[in-house]
Design a protein around this ligand. Structure first.
Ligand code: ADP
Length: 637
């Protein structure tokens, strides 16, 4: 295993970096953000308000001519006034000429006899003087114009909506449409050659490609293809890539959708999307439908009242659709999930997803092949040893390896070089796992010394136990992840099994850091937090899952709940047994700690010498470490 004793702050984080889901770059065009209807209504309201407050009074104002009081008196004298209105609140008099064609206004003065004089002049006292002045204009401004604006806007909006309904992104009319992305085969499409380290999965999918090329060969004999193939495995192992490779090789349309895209706000929409997707697929058959993260809709339906109606309806529709077409119709459904145990049994039963293809983390050979595939795009110096890098990156997924290669290229650019080297790759493994080096570390000399002893403690205990893998590198340069130092161990080959002794040795190695601190500094620090966690987890697994305890024997006391996502476990035993497990776990770790102490006590001089060397150099290789260790042994002989 790619084991790190990352000290002083737990670095579970590294796994999170590893397992972060790659964001798929979608091949369809960028969508314009949709504007809700309310947006258009808002604009109409605003326009109407502006019109009422500004335009109408402006129209009115424009018709009225302002004159002085003298002119008004003159017109009264000459009996030239048609209608008149005294607007006391606005302190003005509005009046028209005899023919009622022009409107005038003037300011009011303290003129007590004016009403009588107006009356005598034959003027009419009117309420709505403007209306009388220009009834046609008035009608136009207050009735016709708003109507025209409304109708115009209505036309514009309905046209917009209808246009959208025809296009792929309709807001209202497209709610039940699948909007699946269709990948059309292109010359640079993904092929099986691009996906490495998953040979078994590839073989299984090759048959599907063959079927899509020659369906008759299968029909003749009466064989039918599985309707659905479920790709399961940890994140970043190439499930999506494999599905795309099937489409690339088979040269058929490829509908891709993520499980979560089916789930809408409205109940029933997801189901309608499923219907639409299958309808499109049947029209385009032979073709491939790929549903990524199918657990988003395919979760087990539980008996709880008030479950997720939308999700269940979508799942039901999917089940119905899968039953609805014949095995030989040419539509193959691929789905990917990293939580297969959470899928509804109805979905995984034969006749639906009949074939389950595990896509596991790559082994040593696979890792090397993946590194080589990704390195093709990058200029590397000739002496790069990919096998060595693959050994160092044990436990890494395809996505992580791709990231490591890219980080190496970035590092080369940063250094102003034209090609990347082995050192770039090795450094980028550490960057991907532990973060960048912290240049301005604020560690005191004492802290540095503690870290050096701690790391040498791990390495020494590991080296002294025959079954432990050799130490690759020890460093006390702090990393941005919070690790103040670490010891990297590298396995020489693939390891599929671990014996009880190997696990015990491993736990002892974990406790070696703390033991060294105790021996050299005489006190303990917070630095062992991550070691303690790892050691406890291993010891617990020995008892509850691996049947390695004398007391319980081969009884499963814990079950793994999500195998591919961190491997969380759930206890399945009585409280009494749980208490006994705790005691046993404690015993195992204590014994390992004592063993580590003993090893270090026996080699206390080497511990001091190596720690001093590490403190001076900050980073030492496994070879330098072994040289010092063996030199002493040779001298002693
Ligand atoms: P998954 O769907 O399993 O989470 P992806 O197929 O999306 O993972 O892989 C993400 C990226 O990781 C890919 O684009 C590719 O660059 C890289 N990758 C993952 N697995 C492999 C592999 N087996 N061979 C080559 N590249 C891989």
């Amino acid at each position: 295993m790619f084991r790190f004793s990352l000290d002083f702050i737990a670095i579970i984080l590294a796994k999170n970096i590893f397992y972060e889901k790659e964001i798929e770059i979608k091949m369809n065009e960028v969508k314009q953000p949709k504007k809700p209807l309310v947006y258009y209504y808002g604009i109409v309201m605003l326009l109407m308000m502006l019109f009422n407050f500004l335009a109408v009074p402006w129209f009115m104002q424009r018709q009225v001519k302002e004159v002085d009081y003298g002119t008004f008196m003159e017109m009264v004298e000459n009996k030239e006034i048609g209608s008149v209105q005294i607007q006391e609140d606005q302190n003005q008099i509005v009046f028209t000429d005899k023919e009622n064609t022009k409107v005038y206004k003037t300011g009011m003065l303290n003129d007590p006899g004016i009403v009588e004089r107006l009356y005598n002049s034959g003027a009419k006292f009117s309420g709505e003087i403007i209306e009388q002045a220009s009834p046609f204009l008035n009608l136009l401004v207050t009735w016709v114009l708003p109507l025209v604006i409304f109708i115009g806007l209505g036309q514009f909006m309905s046209k917009k909506i209808m246009n959208k309904a025809g296009g792929p992104n309709s807001m209202m009319f497209n709610m039940g449409k699948s909007n699946a992305k269709i990948y059309v085969k292109s010359s640079d499409g993904i092929k099986f050659d691009d996906v490495e380290g998953v040979d078994e999965a590839e073989e299984s999918l090759q048959e599907i490609v063959d079927y899509l090329h020659n369906p008759d060969k299968y029909r003749e004999i009466g064989a039918s293809m599985p309707k659905g193939v479920l790709l399961v495995g940890p994140p970043g192992t190439g499930k999506t890539m494999l599905a795309k490779a099937v489409a690339g090789e088979a040269n058929v349309p490829f509908f891709s959708m993520s499980g979560s895209e089916f789930v809408e706000m409205f109940v029933g929409m997801g189901a309608s999307k499923v219907r639409d997707l299958f309808k499109q697929a049947k029209e385009k058959a032979p073709c491939i439908i790929f549903i990524d993260e199918i657990d988003a809709i395919g979760k087990k339906r539980d008996g709880n009242i008030g479950g997720n109606d939308e999700r269940e309806q979508t799942l039901n529709q999917l089940l119905t659709e899968m039953d609805g077409f014949e095995g030989n119709s040419g539509v193959i459904i691929l789905a990917a999930s990293n939580r297969p145990e959470s899928l509804d049994p109805a979905l995984t039963r034969p006749g639906r997803f009949d074939r389950r293809v595990p896509v596991e983390l790559p082994d040593l050979k696979g890792r090397e092949a993946i590194l080589r595939v990704h390195a093709k795009k990058i200029k590397f110096s000739d002496d790069v040893d990919f096998a060595q890098v693959a050994r160092m990156a044990s436990g890494a997924s395809g996505a992580e390896l791709a990231n490591i290669v890219n980080e190496a290229a970035l590092r080369a650019v940063r250094d102003g070089r034209k090609f990347a080297t082995q050192a770039d790759l090795e450094e980028s493994i550490e960057v991907v796992i532990a973060g960048y080096q912290k240049k301005n570390s604020l560690l005191t000399d004492k802290e540095k010394m503690i870290v050096a002893y701690h790391e040498i403690g791990h390495a020494l205990v590991a080296a002294m136990q025959t079954n432990s893998a050799p130490v690759q590198k020890i460093t006390i340069v702090p990393r941005t992840s919070g690790a103040l130092g670490y010891t990297m161990q590298v396995d020489e080959g693939n390891h599929y099994l671990m014996s009880k002794e190997e696990i015990e040795n491993k736990i002892a190695t974990y406790t070696g850091g703390r033991a060294a601190e105790q021996l050299a500094v005489g006190s303990v620090s917070t630095g062992a937090a991550n070691d303690i966690e790892q050691a406890t987890r291993l010891a617990r697994a020995m008892i509850t899952r691996y049947g390695m305890s004398d007391e319980f024997g081969m009884v499963a006391l814990e079950t793994v709940t999500n195998q591919y996502l961190g491997g969380d476990t759930a206890l399945s035993c009585s409280a009494d047994t749980a208490a006994k497990i705790d005691v046993e776990v404690n015993d195992i770790v204590k014994k390992a700690h004592m063993k580590a102490m003993q090893i270090l006590k026996d080699n206390i001089e080497k511990l001091h010498e190596l720690a001093a060397f590490l403190l001076e150099k900050e980073t030492i290789t496994g070879e330098e470490f072994m040289d010092i260790l063996n030199k002493d042994t040779a001298d002693n002989l």
